[in-house]
Design a protein around this ligand. Structure first.
Ligand SMILES: *[C@@H]1O[C@H](CO)[C@@H](O)[C@H](O)[C@H]1NC(C)=O
Ligand SMILES: *[C@@H]1O[C@H](CO)[C@@H](O)[C@H](O)[C@H]1NC(C)=O
Length: 414
């Protein structure tokens, strides 16, 4: 027999005390009303407390380092715990057994998540130091602004989005916005937490020259930017089937072209010496540019071999060969730590207000030893041969394969 304190008997005695339905039915109405009032009261107190807690939780969620609104741009997600010092550079490996020049570059053109417009890694500090030296010493090559009144709003658009919104949101451990209230109104500055420097977040102050905005971007970001706008007709309207013209840039890592000579020129002329460009690429490229909607971001990558690892290569002769150039084969001892695969990660998007196209280019250098140690030696060696076997066999010559091809393949296959 169960003892009187066992669970079943306890439940029985509770049941006996609880009012049965019959009893409730017999309860006078005013008592029932009181019950429901108490219940309602409890409900409202509960709801109030819950809402309060939710508000407190939400307040905690508001990004610590706020940003300026940029409603025309895609929403950016924070990388709250991003650690610059331990983030390795992206490993691009765009080698293919056969080289086909298409609009896609050396790899397929892919959709890009706008959050990944700019990538940061532990090379940031040495890179921006190098960039600042190029900007100081070779200013007229590294930065250019065409004389076109449409270009200032475009540069301002890009500048404000990056400094006011993208950087403090995406990389809050590297960039932080500070708000101040001056006598004449509110203002905010962006602090680069890596260097400690302060920069303006808004480009609308008419006093900052367009050139200076590009310089600031070039000094604080390991990324080159080329801004393109469609050609205009005599009345200043956009031409039908307009081609895109380079209107402004900051470029500290040009690879085989002097951007200053390309300013004000059409894309076709920018790519002037690329073999096969006119036949294979020009038409589809222009159509693609004209159609790219704002909000849609794309990326691609290309590769080449660099014998010296210098990022600033504004002279064509050092990285590429043209018809008639003599390319001498390298016969010395190849140093696999000082010979690099040079890759460009190129992004493209359209600015929502000015409708300018922005090319972003981040350049990576990978020592040959790294490629080989990853077990990709044969793959790269095959891709070097593949330069001659695709739809533009001249690519091997153009990339100066005749100079480094044999030595690099020998090392990769050793
Ligand atoms: C860049 O500047 C340095 C220092 O003034 C100079 O030696 C070098 O020739 C310049 N490079 C080019 C391509 O003009
Ligand atoms: C990548 O392509 C661009 C043109 O789209 C060219 O200027 C550059 O030299 C190429 N880079 C490499 C590393 O091949």
């Amino acid at each position: 027999m169960a003892s009187p304190t066992s669970l079943p008997s306890l439940l029985d005695s509770m049941k006996a005390q609880a009012p049965s339905w019959e009893q409730i039915k017999r309860t006078p109405l005013f008592i029932l009303t009181n019950y429901s009032n108490v219940l309602m009261f409890l409900f409202f107190v509960g709801a109030g407390l819950w809402q309060n807690k939710r508000k407190r939780d939400e307040a905690k969620k508001v990004p610590q380092h706020s940003a300026l609104p940029a409603p025309d741009f895609p929403t950016i997600t924070e990388l709250e715990k991003f650690d610059l010092k331990t983030t390795e550079p992206l490993k691009l490996r765009p080698f293919k057994p056969k080289y086909h020049l298409t609009m896609d570059g050396d790899t397929a053109l892919e959709t890009l998540d706008p959050n990944d417009l700019l990538l940061m890694d532990k090379n940031y500090q040495p890179r921006i130091t190098h960039r600042r030296r190029i900007i100081e010493q070779n200013t007229t090559i590294a930065i250019g602004v065409n004389n076109d009144k449409r270009i200032r709003p475009a540069v301002c658009d890009l500048y404000s989005f990056l400094t006011g919104t993208y950087l403090p949101l995406r990389y809050p451990t590297m960039f932080r916005i500070h708000h101040t209230e001056y006598e004449y109104g509110k203002a905010s500055v962006l602090q680069n937490l890596v260097t400690g420097e302060m920069l303006p977040t808004s480009a609308t102050g008419a006093s900052t020259p367009t050139f200076a905005l590009l310089r600031t971007l070039g000094r604080h970001l390991d990324e080159d930017f080329l801004l393109l706008l469609p050609e205009t007709n005599a009345q200043g309207g956009v031409k039908k089937d307009a081609k895109y013209v380079l209107e402004a840039y900051v470029a500290c890592c040009p690879s085989g072209f002097n951007p200053a000579e390309k300013l004000g020129k059409k894309l076709r002329d920018i790519h002037g010496p690329v073999p096969g460009y006119a036949e294979k690429l020009e038409g589809s490229m222009d159509r693609f540019f004209a159609k790219l909607e704002d909000g849609k971001y794309v990326k691609r990558a290309n590769w080449s071999v660099s014998m010296d690892g210098e990022l600033f290569q504004p002279g064509l002769g050092t990285t590429h060969a043209l018809e008639g150039d003599e390319v001498r084969e390298f016969t010395g001892e190849l140093d696999p730590d000082k010979t690099f695969v040079r890759c460009e990660r190129q992004t493209l998007h359209r600015l929502p207000k000015s409708k300018a196209l922005v090319f972003g280019i981040k350049t990576y250098l990978y020592p040959l030893r790294e490629i080989k140690e990853e077990g990709l030696g044969e793959e790269l060696a095959a891709a070097i041969d593949g330069l001659k076997e695709g739809n533009i066999p001249e690519m091997h010559f153009y990339k100066r394969g005749g100079e480094w091809g044999t030595a690099v393949k020998k090392y990769l296959r050793s």
